[in-house]
Design a binder for this molecule. Structure first.
Ligand SMILES: *Cc1c(COP(=O)(O)O)cnc(C)c1O
Length: 367
């Protein structure tokens, strides 16, 4: 049996007629940029997250970049961010000229809130929180620290659409919540897309202006903006995706419960879930000291896995200028050596899940 790490076509197939009908409708409408579908999606996505405003954008990276810019953060400022994230979280900071300051993760793969205060200086302006792999960070502690030191909070929710803590959705704790609709995300589109949510009217207005060349009124430009518009086709299809998001997240949860209950191998460390948190299981990430051997072994049995992420941002060539050496973030670096994301997708069958479980349980470290 061949099992891929992700199969995005399964979620399309589950509602194919609805998607194709909608796509044709948009194609025939003659309206492709900033029309009714984008407006409707923004309304629906804001409502889903209990936020006042949503602005559709062209990507998750743009949402992060524009959020940091809108909060007035730039050259000379520092932003705290966890070491073990997808590099876009860090680029959203550095593209604005600000300096990313890395903080180690906790056992849940989110920022270790107990290590935040030690990294705060008079240059620190914000905390970029990443709800990695679908799990909300320790937001109670983080928001307390942010208030105490007057820091802004940007949430990178690219992997956490629908995740909740005490009834609050990912993205609605801090100043601005940033989302990606890249196809592999829990609420993934059929191409690139992104959005921000916020309760601050001024932030929403500014990002809406910046996404369209810094213009609110056509051909009148208030500042140098960018082109980062969610398009009508993506918005229309994302409205359907959003309608089924809770259902899709529930499917992921069922698969992960099966993994948690039945994977049993002394070499494998299963993911931990924070108490009272509703994770949306963007990835099911295990750890193994002999990760590369395990990955090869699974591959030999037709099971595809992915490493999220093999090179932590502070050691990537892109950030060599920060001069952070190997050993500077031991927990982050350990995770990069040991993590492995198992196959997980909407429409994954119990036969597929069981095949992964049985194969994992037979693994022995022979290296
Ligand atoms: C996917 C992702 C992004 C970037 O989103 P794009 O739409 O690909 O630009 C940012 N942060 C995290 C944590 C992500 O997983």
């Amino acid at each position: 049996m061949e099992i891929r790490q992700n199969r995005m076509e399964r979620s399309f197939a589950a509602h194919q007629i609805e998607y194709q009908t909608k796509a044709l409708e948009v194609l025939a409408s003659g309206k492709y940029i900033l029309g009714e579908e984008v407006e409707a999606f923004e309304r629906e996505f804001a409502a889903y997250n209990h936020a006042k405003y949503c602005v559709g954008l062209a990507s998750g990276l743009d949402s992060l970049q524009l959020a940091v810019r809108t909060l007035g953060i730039g050259a000379g400022d520092e932003v705290l961010v966890q070491g073990n994230t997808f590099i876009a979280s860090v680029m959203g900071i550095s593209m604005n000229g600000a300096t990313p300051v890395f903080v180690e993760p906790d056992e849940f793969y989110t920022i270790d809130a107990s290590k935040l205060e030690a990294k705060i200086t008079d240059k620190t302006k914000a905390i970029m929180v990443v709800h990695l792999f679908g799990q909300i960070s320790d937001m109670c502690t983080i928001m307390d620290i942010a208030h105490k030191y007057h820091l802004k909070v940007v949430e990178d929710c690219a992997q956490a659409h629908g995740a909740e803590l005490n009834g609050t959705k990912a993205g609605h704790f801090g100043d601005i919540g940033c989302f990606s609709f890249y196809p592999s995300k829990n609420c993934g589109g059929f191409g690139d897309g992104g959005a921000i949510i916020t309760d601050h009217e001024e932030y929403a207005r500014r990002i809406r202006m910046l996404r369209n060349y810094g213009s609110e009124v056509r051909y009148y430009n208030e500042e140098v903006g960018i082109n980062s518009r969610l398009d009508e086709l993506q918005a229309a299809l994302l409205r359907i995706k959003l309608k089924y998001l809770d259902d899709a997240n529930e499917q992921r949860r069922q698969i992960c419960i099966r993994y948690l209950e039945h994977i049993d191998n002394e070499y494998i460390k299963l993911p931990s879930v924070r108490e009272n948190h509703k994770t949306v299981w963007h990835q099911f990430v295990i750890r193994c000291k002999c990760r590369d051997a395990l990955m090869d072994y699974l591959n030999a049995y037709g099971i595809d896995t992915i490493i999220h992420y093999p090179v932590p941002p502070h050691l990537s060539e892109a950030y060599a200028y920060l001069n952070l050496k190997e050993g500077s973030l031991p927990v982050t670096e350990q995770y990069a050596r040991e993590v492995l994301s198992l196959p997980l997708y909407e429409g994954m069958t119990s036969e597929e899940t069981d095949h992964v479980i049985e194969t994992l349980n037979r693994f022995k470290n022979e290296s």
